[in-house]
Write a protein that binds this ligand. Structure first.
Ligand SMILES: [Fe+2]
Ligand SMILES: [Fe+2]
Length: 368
């Protein structure tokens, strides 16, 4: 079904064009790659997988509760609107929230694909071009999977959030080759990864859990790539150049924290803008969610060397400063482990079913 028939609100012009600036770069030295980056490139090739095959698309999803979301975590919970809602209304609200959330994942994945392609084009080093080419393919597969989930299982999509789109535009319009890394690999992917992780670890629904666990297995490589490339490059920048990058990070973080919380959904339910903002602001669950959203960004920013006083102060204000000490390598290793464990569990179940079937067939054969 055409996506345009499934949008909960009008996404506007079917094509968004972002004028590009900056150079496409070629290098002629083919034998000078950094070992760690080439090892990551090899891993990127080895770990490709096909969502059509690896994910069990036969699993059913209830569109009225795709993620098993508890009442208390809904931003309207406890308000005068909630009191008036029937169970059917609540199911509808859950559907809209899940649709909004996964639609942002979907549009973000498309953005990641375009940014990774942009990095292939503009980054000076050939080893980074090679790696990023594998990421383009990863992001295409992710967009395909989220798109299929939304079309087939939820049956509703939301347009891209204005502020996410603005950040994506700023990231792509900039002519400095490191900006798609910083805007996409560090900020947007960092946020997405934290959001994926929170849903992966709390949902009791097997299909979204598979999708998120497997997508996160790939994202662990993407973050590693951004860290490696930027850590090397930022060592060579002047203080003034580093401060410019920090300003970009600060602005992006505030924007994503304050303006990416699904107010559009409440607006669609006829709740006036001011109230919708207020409920989203007051929701305890959302406040926790928004704090946890930074769990992947803060340690990453610190690690690549953007840790000036203004940035530190911003993170103190947001109450996320101490997240700078969390161990990214450990988190990434866990992401890979969780996906592998899920595979192992699923194959063990399939194996048990196969053995039972064979045993039954033998028994049936014997009793004839
Ligand atoms: Fe992705
Ligand atoms: Fe990614």
């Amino acid at each position: 079904m055409p996506t345009y028939d499934l949008y909960a609100s009008d996404p506007g012009d079917p094509l968004w064009q972002v004028p590009a600036t900056g150079s496409a770069r070629f290098g002629w030295e083919y034998d000078d790659g950094r070992d760690r980056l080439l090892a990551l490139y090899q891993k990127g090739k080895d770990k490709q997988w096909d969502g059509q095959k690896r994910i069990d698309w036969d699993l059913e999803v209830d569109p009225a509760d795709p993620l098993g979301t508890p009442d208390e975590s809904m931003s309207l919970y406890g308000t005068k609107y909630w009191a008036k809602m029937t169970d059917k209304d609540k199911g509808e609200l859950r559907k809209h929230y899940a649709s909004w959330q996964f639609s942002q994942f979907l549009h973000g994945e498309q953005g990641a694909m375009v940014c990774a392609a942009r990095i292939v084009e503009s980054v000076p080093d050939l080893d980074a071009k090679f790696y990023s080419a594998t990421q383009v393919m990863d992001e295409a597969r992710h967009a395909e999977i989220y798109g299929r989930f939304l079309h087939e299982k939820i049956g509703m999509l939301y347009p891209i959030n204005d502020n996410l789109q603005a950040l994506l535009g700023d990231t792509l319009r900039d002519s400095r080759w490191d900006m798609p890394y910083l805007g996409m690999q560090v900020l947007i992917e960092g946020l997405a990864l934290a959001a994926f992780g929170m849903i992966r670890d709390t949902t009791d629904k097997p299909l979204p859990q598979q999708i998120l666990a497997y997508v996160m297995q790939d994202e662990a490589r993407h973050v590693a790539f951004g860290r490696m490339a930027l850590r090397d490059y930022y060592r060579q920048l002047s203080d003034a150049e580093l401060r410019e990058r920090e300003e970009f990070v600060i602005e992006g973080c505030y924007l994503m924290r304050d303006r990416l919380r699904g107010v559009e959904v409440l607006r669609n339910f006829g709740i006036p803008a001011a109230e919708a903002e207020e409920y989203s602001e007051q929701s305890e669950f959302l406040a926790l969610f928004r704090r946890l959203l930074f769990s992947r960004i803060v340690p990453c920013v610190k690690d690549i060397g953007l840790w000036g006083t203004r940035l530190q102060q911003a993170y103190v204000d947001m109450g996320v400063f101490e997240m700078g000490d969390s161990n990214l390598d450990l988190l990434m290793a866990q992401d890979e482990e969780i996906a592998e464990r899920l595979d192992a569990e699923r194959f063990a179940v399939e194996e048990r079913e196969r053995v039972t079937e064979v045993a039954e067939a033998i028994e049936a054969g014997g009793s004839q």
